[in-house]
Write a protein that binds this ligand. Structure first.
Ligand code: ARG
Length: 459
């Protein structure tokens, strides 16, 4: 079959070019959106009297049949037809004859492809949001069980101050909530209907763009035809938001990998979410977490690719833009896959509370509370810090922890130390006393969890 654009050409496309510029191998993923968009376009052409209503009907039912054929696996796409848009148009014309050739009236592949990607992305964002919400619910469930599970909080990966596992988990819950918001925000800007922009300068036909937007469930129509066919901001925004999801997953995975090491032993991954070594019989590896951490690089790479692809192209459409798809599709697939597998890995891991608590008791995580003790008794905080630091040094020299120091030993560092210092530096009290909003005190964290649950149940 000849090219749909063949009229002006005297020679066939070289087979090297054919193979090089065809996008059907990957853009076939858009078939559903392409057909849905074409049906809406055909109906509009009929309503507006641009084609006969009977012709619109014939095209619409022909497109439904093409859809059924594709879904039943009865279609073999052709590289010669270049992309999904022309493949479907060819299939339609084979099915319904001459009338199929009217479908492309008042339309270009440039506005068509922009429409398809926007529709596709809106759907995928819905799925990513659903996965993010499920993950947040899992985090809430887990956090609820560990409101009192003491663990060290770290800075510089050095034990810093005691927190709870619930507080630690809820930090990630906040990140995933922001990720959800970013996705919703991205969807808002993707939700604008570009059809009618034509190749770049609209059309002379009396089309009804608002009708098409309504049929396809878009909130608005684009305001500038040049922008409509050359804007891929939404793909960049999605990939940027997806990159942040991957950053968050990757940091979490890094912690899971550390925590499951013998050196930490804070958690044990379930056998079903770990793998063995082909040589070392004792090994149980956190491959899933490592792979998520590793896959983050793909998504960041796609963001870079999209930005670079766009930055130098003059308005309006350029074929460079065909490169948006593989990057976007792989970003979508990767982030979804990672979200899907991460959640059960988290849910099935075993928390070794005793080891977390032991680690929190070591490492002088209560030294700040010792300084605060003196500061509350009027010692300027800088001096209190100095005295507490010296006490820590004394302990290090003598192989003690702060709670093992005697009161006379304490008095060496400040006469203001009294018997109640022991209560002040108890790990549970250190956490409980940090009841500022956003702090790790269990009642605070319980409030955060309750509010998060309400939000997730509400909208
Ligand atoms: N396959 C093309 C793409 O993905 C569709 C638009 C082609 N338009 C054109 N004028 N060559 O971008």
């Amino acid at each position: 079959m000849g090219k749909l654009w063949g009229g002006r050409f005297q020679k066939n496309t070289d087979h090297l070019v054919e193979d090089f510029h065809s996008s059907i191998s990957f853009d076939q993923r858009l078939y559903k959106y392409d057909i849905k968009g074409s049906i809406a376009h055909a109906r509009m052409l009929g309503e507006a009297g641009i084609i006969q209503p009977a012709e619109a009907d014939a095209i619409a039912s022909g497109l439904e049949e093409v859809l059924a054929d594709i879904e039943a696996g009865r279609v073999e796409f052709s590289v010669e037809s270049e992309d999904i848009h022309m493949n479907i148009e060819q299939l339609l014309t084979v099915k319904v004859g001459e009338v199929g050739k009217k479908l492309h009236t008042a339309r270009s592949r440039n506005d068509q492809v922009a429409l398809d990607i926007r529709m596709y992305l809106k759907d995928e964002i819905g799925e990513v949001i659903a996965l993010l919400r499920e993950l947040q619910v899992s985090l809430l469930d887990l956090a609820e069980k560990h409101l009192e599970t003491v663990m060290p909080g770290y800075t510089h990966l050095q034990r810093a101050q005691p927190v709870t596992l619930a507080h630690h988990l809820m930090a990630y819950c906040e990140m995933f909530r922001r990720d959800e918001e970013r996705m919703a925000d991205c969807r808002r800007r993707a939700d604008v209907m570009p059809l009618g922009a034509g190749a770049l300068a609209g059309t002379t036909f009396p089309i009804d763009r608002a009708y098409v937007a309504r049929q396809l469930g878009f909130a608005a129509i684009t305001e500038n035809s040049l922008d409509a066919v050359s804007d891929r901001d939404f793909a960049v925004e999605f990939t940027a938001a997806a990159s942040l999801i991957m950053v968050h997953l990757s940091r979490f995975c890094e912690e899971i990998i550390l925590w499951s090491s013998a050196e930490f032993s804070f958690i044990e991954l379930d056998d079903s979410y770990s793998t063995g070594s082909s040589m070392m019989p004792q090994k149980k590896n956190p491959d899933v977490a490592e792979l998520i951490r590793g896959k983050s690089g793909r998504v960041f790479g796609h963001l870079q690719a999209l930005l670079t692809m766009l930055k130098g192209i003059p308005l309006a459409y350029n074929k460079d833009m065909q490169e948006d798809k593989e990057a976007l599709f792989d970003a979508v697939d990767t982030v979804k896959k990672c979200l899907v597998v991460f959640r059960p890995m988290l849910e099935t891991m075993r928390v070794v509370k005793e080891n977390m608590a032991t680690a929190a008791r070591g490492g002088f995580t209560n030294a700040t509370d010792l300084a605060d003790y003196l500061a509350r008794r009027g010692v300027p905080f800088r001096e209190a810090h100095e005295a507490a630091g010296k006490a820590v040094f004394f302990c290090l020299e003598n192989g003690k922890t702060l709670d093992q120091m005697t009161l006379p030993e304490y008095k060496e560092f400040s006469p203001l130390f009294e018997e109640d210092v022991y209560e002040a530096i108890k790990i549970n009290r250190c956490i409980g006393a940090r009841n500022v909003p956003g702090g790790p005190a269990p009642e605070e964290v319980a409030g955060v969890i309750a509010r998060a649950r309400q939000r997730l149940a509400g909208d």
